[in-house]
Design a binder for this molecule. Structure first.
Ligand code: CMC
Length: 428
């Protein structure tokens, strides 16, 4: 293939270089397009055909169902690594040595307390506030409590901001849940592993010592790894674009949390469980809901199905489906909504509408079932997604800063009124 793309506009032909990735992905580099053509731009709502950056973090091939972090297959990472190892590899590029991992863990755990005044902010939220709104606000508030983490330029300053947020974020996650449940706002223990510490902070009861359940530790480790990065999705692009203005890491993450909240993105895991519950309450008639999903007049969509990039299967869904079966069996949970889920899945996989549009169960179709078995309230599901995605967001933000990417500022094609005279209010 030639390494030049030619574009003809009217009589004129323009040439643009092709950029090739290490997995042979090809892009047309249009950096000079507007200048060379006297103002012509491209338009691509939803950015379905637009690469916003070059990135060395995550590779995914939606057609083949491949997902790799830093070159490592997601299947291998989910089986052999723990979440903190994966976080380290995502952020710094290589799997850590034992010493590097121990130091990373120690640095994070030193930071795993938050200013006590954060409790006052939490107190001010109504009890029925959605945890994602609370989490986004508290993450943004951390900026005020940690001013040295705002203007970070050197790698050392970035590292300090990174271990701070890796340490403090699980505290915010746990407190967001506990506040709603009326439980005391506790701390974990520096001695625990990262995921064990999260579980202790979330589930410890005031009147008994918390004992770790290895099934839960393993399940949460897996879930967090599967959610840890997914290249330039809605929330990650948000983190990169906010960070590109040199807003601090915590502010950029707070924006990413808001983006993740939506039901078409991370909010889907909550929406899936609510949908399964509703179908069960309605008598479990999965055919009726399949019909609604296919009816273009009906706004209902089968939540947990379809993906912008995976058009054959979601490799995370494959892993998580097996994990869900294991966790439910080991915990002895018999959840009736599992039958609804299995029914829907079978019907969708054999239905022309879904097959033609390549709509397969995505990661969120199964994650909620595990979270529920672990005793995590439905409203917290997307918060758990955010906890998993944290290292991915950080890695993408750090890469963007180290590559000195310019501020994100897309263009538009204006379709409004042409210039017209102002009309005084008494004449309108
Ligand atoms: N149920 C019914 N029809 C659907 C669904 C669905 N879940 N998803 C897509 N379609 C149809 C859609 O109506 C369209 O049909 P047509 O071609 O006749 O107009 C066609 O499939 C293509 O859909 P699209 O909306 O153009 O595809 P997209 O790439 O813009 O959207 C999506 C991807 C994930 C937003 C969408 O599939 C969806 O809304 N799924 C349900 C929400 C969900 O589970 N989201 C979690 C995604 S995984 C977690 C994450 O990474 O954030």
């Amino acid at each position: 293939m030639s390494d030049i793309a030619k574009l003809q506009i009217g009589e004129n032909t323009y040439e643009f270089p092709l950029v090739k990735g290490t997995e042979n992905e090809v892009a047309i580099d249009i950096k000079t397009l507007r200048g060379a053509t006297n103002g012509v731009i491209t338009i691509d709502p939803g950015y379905k055909n637009t690469g916003s950056c070059e990135s060395a973090i995550t590779f995914l091939d939606g057609e083949k169902g491949i997902l790799r972090y830093r070159g490592y297959a997601i299947e291998e990472l989910a089986e052999k690594a723990d979440f903190l190892e994966v976080a380290y590899a995502l952020i710094f590029g290589e799997l850590p040595t034992k010493e590097q991992l121990d130091k990373f863990h120690e640095d994070i755990m030193k930071q795993s307390v938050v200013d006590d005044d954060v409790k006052k902010i939490l107190d001010a939220f109504p009890k029925n506030a959605h945890p994602m709104g609370v989490l986004s606000s508290l993450t943004s508030a951390l900026t005020a409590f940690n001013p040295s983490s705002v203007n970070v330029d050197s790698e050392e300053e970035m590292y300090n901001a990174i271990v701070k947020i890796m340490g403090k974020f699980p505290v915010l996650v746990a407190w967001t849940m506990r506040k709603k449940q009326g439980l005391p706002l506790n701390y974990g223990s520096k001695k625990l592993g990262y995921v064990e510490n999260v579980l202790k902070m979330m589930f410890e009861q005031p009147n008994e010592e918390y004992t770790q359940n290895p099934v839960l530790v393993n399940a949460l480790d897996k879930l967090l790894i599967l959610h840890a990065d997914h290249e330039q999705n809605c929330s990650t692009s948000t983190v990169r674009i906010v960070g590109s203005s040199h807003a601090g890491l915590f502010a950029s993450l707070s924006a990413g949390i808001s983006a993740l909240w939506g039901p078409l993105h991370g909010g889907a895991n909550q929406a899936v469980l609510e949908m399964l519950e509703a179908i069960k309450e309605d008598g479990g008639d999965t055919k009726k809901y399949m019909g609604k999903a296919k009816d273009k007049e009906d706004p209902f969509r089968l939540m947990g199905f379809g993906h912008r990039v995976y058009k054959n299967f979601d490799p995370r869904a494959k892993i998580i489906k097996v994990a869900a079966d294991e966790v439910l069996a080991e915990l002895g949970v018999k959840d009736p909504i599992l039958n609804v889920a299995k029914g829907l899945e079978q019907e969708a996989l054999n239905d022309d509408y879904f097959v033609k549009r390549k709509l397969y169960p995505n990661v969120d179709f199964y994650s909620g079932i595990i979270y529920r078995a672990m005793g995590i309230p439905v409203e917290m599901f997307t918060v758990m997604f955010a906890l998993g995605r944290l290292p991915g967001w950080i890695a993408q933000w750090r890469e963007m800063r180290l590559r000195k990417e310019p501020i994100g500022r897309p263009r538009q094609v204006y379709i409004g009124e042409n210039v017209r005279p102002f009309v005084n209010i008494n004449k309108r």
